[in-house]
Design a protein around this ligand. Structure first.
Ligand code: FAD
Length: 340
């Protein structure tokens, strides 16, 4: 690891004032420190925001909740309000990492954790995300964990967060504090950029911006919520494909469906067309299959990750069957909530 300065921020103003092109915030450090050890990220200054007052609480926010950026993943998953009203979020959190890591990992850090593309982590390999313009060693390489939607010729890295997928399905928003003290609120899809020809630019955050909270809307009363994660091991593994669903039925029809997907794209993926084609319809295998076809219509895969198309198709149908009561819930081992 290279030498760096460590600054423990005592206020948001202090943290913002320390920001710069060669500085990085540290929250739980579970991703940043790994990347620094590998010299994938080489900040000259690390600004610790983990002890700031007021960032580690979950508070009522009108009919919804405001989750501070320093709320730990374990505490968020265990919060009774989250378990009762936003179970898809609790399940997604518990499907991620391990108990020890969730004790350290923060809400803000989880949103901004970097991709797990193996070429990004290996400094001997070309990677446009790590070193803009250097190329993409993933081309023709091992693509099992890579994205099939929203990619570009310059980058096929997938977003790794489980929590962010659930937040996307819940239509959560993110509060960001600029260095001048003003706060702006972004929808989740406004937060993350697609790679295009600048895969190194992953979010709409500017220098000195700090995520202060995630805002959950009012609970979707009467909704069925689920998170299904399919991975190579039953725990301690990132998603090959994951599906988060918040579905509300009206009589025998789907009133509203909000689906989001992980493992498939450079950001937690949502397709408004898919949600729209489910709304107002009676649940059926044919409908779900058509919606899955729509989701995957623009997918670009190769021999190494072609399987994700089939996996995503089947996972989406299984989750929708469960959420709409079309068939009894599966008890397969890919269901989340198992001990990590
Ligand atoms: C072995 C292992 C397995 C894992 N498995 C999974 C998994 O299955 N699913 C999953 O979702 N995750 C998994 N993770 C990732 C883990 O969830 C993340 O490392 C963690 O959530 C990051 O949170 P942190 O607080 O430690 O972030 P940090 O490492 O402190 O920061 C991460 C990034 O976010 C930035 N940042 C942090 N907070 C803020 C803020 N408030 N505002 C602006 N920028 C900020 C930092 O500058 C840094 O760039 C795994 C990690 C490990 C090590």
């Amino acid at each position: 690891m290279r030498e760096f300065d460590y600054v423990r921020a005592d206020s948001l103003d202090h943290a913002a004032a320390q920001a710069g092109p060669h500085a990085a915030l540290i929250a739980g450090g579970t991703n940043l420190l790994d990347l620094m050890k590998l010299q994938v990220m080489v900040p000259e200054r690390v600004i610790d925001i983990s002890r700031l007052d007021g960032l580690d609480t979950i508070e009522a926010d009108g009919p919804g909740l405001r989750i501070g950026a320093m709320v730990r993943n374990a505490d968020l998953a265990a919060d009774p309000r989250i378990r009762a009203d936003y179970p898809v979020l609790a399940r997604a959190l518990l499907a991620g990492a391990s108990g020890q890591i969730r004790n350290k990992a923060s809400t803000g850090g989880n949103l901004l954790q970097r991709t797990r593309c193996p070429y990004f982590y290996d400094t001997a390999m070309a990677c446009n995300k790590r070193a803009p313009g250097s190329g993409c060693a993933a081309e023709g390489g091992a693509s099992r964990m890579l994205a099939i939607l929203g990619t570009s010729k310059d980058c096929r890295a997938a977003h790794p967060s489980d929590m962010a997928v659930a937040l996307r399905a819940l239509e959560a928003r993110v509060a960001i504090r600029a260095p001048n003290g003003t706060e702006r609120i972004l929808e989740m899809d406004q937060l993350y950029r697609l790679p295009g020809d600048r895969p190194d630019l992953e979010t709409e955050l500017d220098e000195g911006d700090i995520i202060t909270a995630v805002l959950l809307p009012a609970p979707a009363l009467g909704s069925s919520q689920s998170y299904r994660k399919i991975r190579d091991r039953a725990s301690y593994a990132f998603a090959l494909v994951s599906v988060a669903a918040v579905v509300t039925m009206q009589d025998d029809r789907i009133g509203k469906a909000s689906l989001a997907f992980g493992g498939l794209a450079p950001r937690p993926w949502k397709d408004a067309q898919v949600d729209a084609m489910l709304a107002g319809q009676a649940p059926s295998e044919a409908l779900f299959s058509k919606a899955a076809d729509t989701l995957l219509a623009e997918a670009v895969s190769d021999a190494g990750n072609e399987f994700k198309r089939h996996l995503a198709h089947r996972a989406m149908i299984a989750v929708l069957r469960e959420a709409t009561g079309l068939a009894p819930a599966s008890t397969g081992t890919d269901l989340v909530g198992e001990p990590a």
